[in-house]
Design a protein around this ligand. Structure first.
Ligand code: GDP
Ligand code: MG
Length: 479
């Protein structure tokens, strides 16, 4: 892993680690072999060169021209027991933009270099403080905006994800080595590697890779916010449902069909999961050009949606609504469709409505949650009374995690990891086919090696400068 040495530790770097702008305090972070010396040269207070690691000291920061820039606190972390693995000083300043700018400029005059994007985390990776998946987890942790996203990022930064993958990779390496050993004795026609055992092992590892890869659609959604499209015919109560969920009058509600013409979006957190709700134009045949544009947009969102709440209007004919659902299922078979009957408060007194018979028979009440409603609906809601909202919320959080239990298994949240898992699984599938068809050991070993190298790119056991550049370029300066 020679690449790890390139450009690291050569230069001491500096950047503001707190968000741009003015705050109560701002933290300037300095990392590198001269970090303590450079800050000390501007420091009036206890000399920082002699202080113990992980201690904070009050002092004054004096610029090269003699101006006192701030009275502030410096915290010293001596390498290798620091975030980057190098000597680090974190200067907590008063949060003025001017002070921040002047202190950074002054540290640069004293020999520090302005840090690049993600440079602190990159150094932590280079110095073996974090593996690559953990470093990416740090970025996710900083960006986490819901409890679920936070929990996923914490798991990734803890290193458990990488350890699990390294375990798979080591088994594969062993597997390849056994096969390669046979090549050295090819004259003697021996088999060191028991084919049946290898097949079993490969099939096993493949299953693990596939399970991880298939968790990605849930993982990515949990991280970014799970999109939920609210769809149905005009006047079903879609905008009322959006407003009920948001607890806000975000969308215009009216009894004029075709009121919502564009898609309206907003986020809400339910039980720790961030959702993005998308209210759409009601689906119907219309001559109105603008409404038709809205309907086309709604169909587009439904084609891409992972979760669709399909709101059935019990006061309007059921057949056209059923036709739309059939169409949706055909165009997007992957989508989880939650069929909800709206206007529960109106059905109740009216047994002649499509769901009214069930009411009359006492089979359901407002807010009831049952799998046996007519037309495959799972629950009855009233936007007017709020009945059924809790049931819907429960169904949404269950659909969002997609059957994966973030507490019990690793969930892939990162597109790069997903790519690598798919490619690793592909290579392993070829190896399995080769074993099955009795191909010679060198072919199989080659596929197994390929699988190991894909998995290695996730943890950073295998890296290239381009890969590292692509990853850390997504970070901000100061991270
Ligand atoms: N009684 C009753 N009326 C509702 C309910 N949901 C919506 N409405 C009414 O139905 C009409 C259409 O609602 P809206 O949310 O604009 O439907 P959209 O076209 O699907 O967005 C409005 O007059 C709402 O007040 C409900 O659960 N009960
Ligand atoms: Mg509407």
């Amino acid at each position: 892993m020679e690449q790890h040495e390139i450009g690291v530790g050569e230069q001491t770097v500096v950047a503001v680690a707190t968000p741009p702008g003015q705050g109560g305090i701002a933290v300037v972070r300095v990392s590198g072999k001269d970090a303590i010396g450079i800050v000390d040269s501007a420091w009036r207070g206890k000399p920082l060169g002699g202080v113990t690691s992980h201690t904070s000291h009050l002092g004054r920061y004096v610029a090269t021209d003699g101006a006192v820039l701030d009275e502030c606190v410096s915290t010293i972390f001596r390498g290798p027991n620091s975030f980057t693995g190098e000597d680090v000083v974190e200067i907590s300043l008063h949060g003025s933009r001017w002070i921040q700018r002047e202190v950074v400029a002054d540290l640069i005059r004293r020999g520090a270099k302005a840090a690049g994007r993600g440079e602190f985390t990159r150094r932590a990776f280079m110095n073996g403080r974090l593996d690559l998946a953990q470093a990416e987890g740090v970025a996710d942790l900083i960006a986490a905006s819901s409890r679920a996203a936070h929990a996923l990022a914490m798991t990734q930064t803890s290193g458990g994800f990488s350890r699990g993958l390294e375990e798979v990779r080591e088994k594969l390496v062993e597997f390849a080595s056994l096969l390669e050993l046979e090549l050295d004795f090819s004259e003697e026609d021996v088999e060191f590697a028991d084919r049946a055992r290898l097949e079993e092992l490969a099939a096993n590892l493949l299953k693990r890779l596939e399970r991880l890869a298939s968790s990605y659609s849930s993982g990515a959604a949990l991280k970014e916010g799970v999109p939920v499209v609210i769809a149905g015919v005009p006047n079903a109560g879609k905008s009322s449902l959006l407003n009920l969920i948001l607890g806000d009058d975000k969308a215009i509600v009216s009894d004029i069909p075709g009121t919502t013409r564009d898609t309206i979006e907003d986020t809400a957190e339910i039980d720790g999961v961030l959702f993005r709700f998308i209210d759409t134009a009601g689906l119907r045949a219309t001559e109105d050009t603008v409404e038709n544009l809205g309907i086309e947009r709604a169909r587009e969102r439904m084609r891409k949606a992972r979760i669709v709440v399909w709101l059935i209007d019990p006061t309007s004919p059921i057949e056209p609504q059923e036709e739309e659902i059939t169409r949706l299922r055909k165009e997007n078979p992957e989508a989880e469709v939650i069929k909800v009957v709206g206007k529960g408060d109106l059905i109740h007194p009216s047994p002649t409505l499509p769901y009214g018979a069930a009411y009359a028979a006492g089979e359901l009440s407002d807010g009831s949650d049952t799998a046996s409603l007519p037309y495959g609906a799972v629950l009855v809601m009233s936007m007017k009374t709020g009945d059924g909202l809790e049931s819907l919320q429960q169904r949404l959080t269950a659909a969002a995690t997609g059957g994966y239990d973030p507490q019990a298994e690793f969930i892939v949240t990162n597109a790069r990891h997903y790519e690598a898992l798919l490619q690793g699984a592909d290579a392993l599938r070829r190896a399995l086919a080769g074993l099955h068809d009795g191909l010679s050991a060198d072919f199989i070993a080659q596929d197994v090696r390929e699988a190991t190298s894909h998995i290695g790119t996730i943890t950073g056991a295998i890296t290239t400068d381009t890969l590292l550049h692509n990853i850390f370029a997504k970070f901000c300066i100061g991270k």
